[in-house]
Design a protein around this ligand. Sequence first.
Ligand SMILES: CC(C)(COP(=O)(O)OP(=O)(O)OC[C@H]1O[C@@H](n2cnc3c(N)ncnc32)[C@H](O)[C@@H]1OP(=O)(O)O)[C@@H](O)C(=O)NCCC(=O)NCCS
Length: 141
Amino acid sequence: MPDFSVHVGSGIADADVIAVYESVGWTAYTGEPEVLVRAIRNSAFVVTCRDGAGEIVGLARAISDDATICYVQDILVRPSFQGSGAGRAMLEAIQSRYRHVRQTVLITDNGPGQRGFYQTLGFTEGSDFSPEPLRMFAKFR
Ligand SMILES: CC(C)(COP(=O)(O)OP(=O)(O)OC[C@H]1O[C@@H](n2cnc3c(N)ncnc32)[C@H](O)[C@@H]1OP(=O)(O)O)[C@@H](O)C(=O)NCCC(=O)NCCS
């Protein structure tokens, strides 16, 4: 099982940020690297996983008012480290930091992998909420 350590903070070299987003093929971000770097710097909470050599193998970030809501914007793990617990460690770090807020929300791709991951971590998809399903709206530029 690959070994990693968890680090909190957005002080990450720009090239390292771009490399980890490239590793999962998120071209919507890597196509505008200066926007991605600004997004990381301006996020309320950033957590990374690093391997033994200090290389970033995972990153997650949250947007929050630190009172009522925490929005998990990104969580990504290099393919070679997926399944090693890095995603869980980073999401738990976000949940621990924002344990006082009522709502933790996110939007993600419609794949079975994402559904399985978030359900394992205790999240409920909006359409499965009880007694009433939740409705999610989004508008992308
Ligand atoms: C989704 C992602 C962040 C998960 O990170 P990961 O490090 O591979 O996941 P972990 O090893 O920490 O798994 C945590 C738990 O989720 C479960 N899980 C992970 N992927 C799963 C899947 N595809 N189906 C079902 N369960 C899954 C694991 O079984 C594990 O459960 P356990 O801790 O009880 O054993 C990672 O696969 C990834 O970066 N994917 C590409 C980018 C992406 O889609 N990000 C999410 C959208 S924002």
